[in-house]
Design a protein around this ligand. Structure first.
Ligand SMILES: Nc1ncnc2c1ncn2[C@@H]1O[C@H](COP(=O)(O)OP(=O)(O)OP(=O)(O)O)[C@@H](O)[C@H]1O
Length: 629
């Protein structure tokens, strides 16, 4: 049981609010992990700006330690370098950085670290077109090895959904969830394999005060379970601020404070920066960092050894005295407003008793955050060369099934595309109706073939650019890239093939082309190949660039295909009314310089182009994935 004193200005008194946690829930089914401490020292991050010789230094030699069992907030004014520090600590950014990062005292191995941690970004993309339960099933199949039965996986999922209050929304589409529920689902998806380190970029952004409280309560309970929870946060209310165990404050790329949240105010007061009564200490430290109380950044930074863990002897730059600032162990200062709320905007008795902290244990047997060992590095979980304990083939099947479900439910991908193929088929069929029976309509036949090619190329190319980009960022980070690519490149082929068959059947018969199976098959085969090659162009463009550039560049890339399609021969000068120049089909072929054309060669060329483009798309995708780090 926990109690708070809530100031009540209207009545001039104080109301005692008691938080009574409901039956604490524990995640007993999760895989066991050991706690992890992160240390970093002398971290600098520099970016090059244009042709300037010296780059711009964003982080200036910051150091610190982030402990398991603690909820750490990285705070600071806008542009202070919070996201940059988070990106470096997560391993999301590696180039341009110097300094050392250690895990339980050992130098960080990035690929191992990525397996231990998760990074929930602000706009974390959820699996579109999936329900909460389906998204969780994908995550559990991917992250929990085949040693676990489906029933056990369901138990894990059920327990997480229950604990995070998502059980009643299990059949809701992820896109229909509220902002707070989406955040909780992002956490739930990551919790499946129980990572001991969890990073959050502004987890409370876009949430109302009650949801903010719920969200931070959840993070706090995750930390209480022995995890290392780190999040950036802009300016929490006093109520939220109190929930953090540890604070790391940045200003102009330097650490101006690190230590417990309770010791922030005493620390600042040693510099003559006295936080006014009833003032939110979180707001105060931001104001100090912004220079509203004079130039204190250098002083604070020096006092913190620019991030060398407070808790050691630190000299006060003001008078040379040595003060003891204890980060852990004996506390020399009275904790600031230990349970007294200075910001009552969010504090209603009702609200507080509704929102309870539910301890979510890292593991039942390894709860003690002090019990930090390097044994973690020896566990099977870490030793695995893969990101998750599922084979590449299993990952391929998971992505394939998920992508097929995605396509089936995607209105643009499925129904709009089907509608477009039928409508355009009927339109072209009506325009070139019965031309196949009329020898005088050779030119119309050529026009028909050309538009056929144009339509098939553009539809399959643009839809692939749009849908590929849409899907890629959702899942690319989570899967083995080969399995992922193979699944998404194969998944759309059947759909495109079916649409192409429907379209070709309509136009072939409406334009009265020869009703011979062989000719129909040849025509269909050529159309299918054109669609698949165009789809591959879409994949290359989608993998290499963003939607805006892709939508512009894809038509440009298709120009060579059109130029060399053989249709661009001028017939304008031919006086058709004088005599029938195209009486013999051979004349047409002669005019188009296609007498010696070998269809086998064309087919081989298209197949080669198809494979070259598919491989190029993979190379671009890989490059893009690596270059974002
Ligand atoms: N690639 C880059 N090139 C130039 N400057 C950069 C680059 N990346 C970051 N910066 C600068 O580094 C500083 C820190 O950026 P960062 O995004 O880490 O700040 P922040 O504290 O997270 O800010 P906010 O709270 O507004 O999100 C900013 O001044 C930003 O303009």
């Amino acid at each position: 049981m926990d109690s708070f004193i809530l100031n009540n200005n209207r009545k001039g008194g104080s109301v005692k609010v008691t938080i009574t946690p409901s039956q604490p829930k524990q995640l007993s089914h999760l895989p066991k992990r050991q706690p992890v401490d992160i240390g970093f020292s002398d971290l600098t991050y520099t970016v090059s700006e244009g042709r300037k010789k010296n780059g711009k230094q964003i982080l200036k030699s910051v150091s610190g330690r982030l402990r398991s069992g603690e909820l750490t907030a990285i705070m600071g004014p806008s542009g202070a370098g919070k996201s940059t520090l988070l990106n470096i600590l997560t391993g999301y950014k590696t180039s341009g950085m110097n300094g050392s990062i250690t895990i339980n005292g050992q130098e960080r191995n990035l690929s191992l670290f990525r397996k231990l941690s998760c990074y929930i970004m602000q706009d974390n993309q959820l699996h579109a077109n999936l329900t909460v339960a389906e998204a969780m099933r994908v995550a559990s199949n991917l992250k929990l090895g085949k040693d676990m039965s489906s029933k056990q996986k369901e138990e894990v999922v059920g327990e997480i959904l229950d604990t995070l209050g998502l059980h009643e929304h299990r059949n809701t589409m992820t896109s229909s969830l509220s902002g707070g529920q989406k955040k909780r689902l992002s956490i739930a998806l990551e919790l499946v394999n129980n990572p001991p380190i969890m990073f959050f970029d502004e987890p409370t952004s876009g949430l109302d005060s009650s949801s903010c409280f719920q969200c931070i309560s959840l993070l706090k309970s995750l930390a209480q379970g022995g995890r290392t929870i780190i999040c950036t946060i802009h300016q929490p209310s006093a109520r939220l601020f109190e929930m953090f165990d540890h604070l790391y404050t940045l200003a102009e790329g330097q650490c101006v404070y690190q230590g417990s949240t309770q010791q922030l105010v005493p620390f600042l007061s040693t510099l003559g920066l006295v936080c006014p009564s009833y003032h939110n200490p979180a707001s105060f430290v931001i104001e100090v960092s912004c220079g509203e109380y004079g130039d204190n950044i250098k002083k604070c930074s020096k006092l913190n050894g620019n991030g060398i863990l407070a808790g050691n002897e630190i000299s006060n730059p003001g008078d040379g005295d040595v003060i003891k600032f204890i980060d852990s162990g004996v506390n020399l200062y009275q904790p600031y407003a230990s349970k007294e709320l200075k910001d009552e905007s969010n504090g209603t008795a009702d609200g507080m008793s509704r929102n309870v902290v539910i301890p979510v244990d890292l593991t039942a047997s390894e709860k003690s955050p002090d019990n930090v060992t390097t044994a973690l590095l020896d566990t099977g979980f870490i030793a695995s060369p893969r990101h998750y304990p599922t084979s590449e083939i299993t990952q391929f099947w998971i992505v394939l099934k998920r992508t097929l479900l995605f396509s089936r439910r995607d209105w643009t991908l499925m129904y709009l595309r089907l509608f477009a193929h039928i409508l355009v088929g009927l339109l072209i069929g009506a325009l070139y109706y019965d031309i196949g029976n009329d020898g005088a309509k050779v030119l119309s036949n050529l026009g028909f073939l050309f538009f056929n090619m144009l339509f098939l190329m553009y539809t399959s190319m643009t839809i692939t650019i749009l849908s590929f980009i849409k899907r890629t960022y959702n899942l690319m980070q989570q899967f083995n890239i080969q399995s992922y690519y193979l699944a998404i490149t194969l998944s759309d082929i059947p759909f495109q093939a079916v649409f192409c068959v429907i379209y070709v059947s309509i136009v072939y018969f409406l334009t009265s082309q020869p009703p011979e199976l062989f000719r129909f098959s040849m025509f269909l085969g050529a159309c299918l190949l054109i669609s698949f090659v165009a789809q591959s162009v879409g994949l290359v463009v989608g993998a290499a660039m963003n939607v805006q550039n892709g939508v512009f560049l894809a038509p440009v890339m298709s120009v060579p295909f059109l130029l060399f399609s053989g249709f661009f021969v001028s017939f304008d000068a031919i006086p058709i009314y004088v005599y029938c120049h195209f009486k013999s089909p051979m004349t047409t072929l002669e005019e188009l310089d296609m007498v010696d054309a070998d269809i086998t060669l064309d087919i081989i060329a298209l197949i080669v182009i198809f494979f070259v483009l598919r491989i190029s798309a993979f190379v671009f995708l890989r490059w893009k994935l690596l270059s974002t780090r």
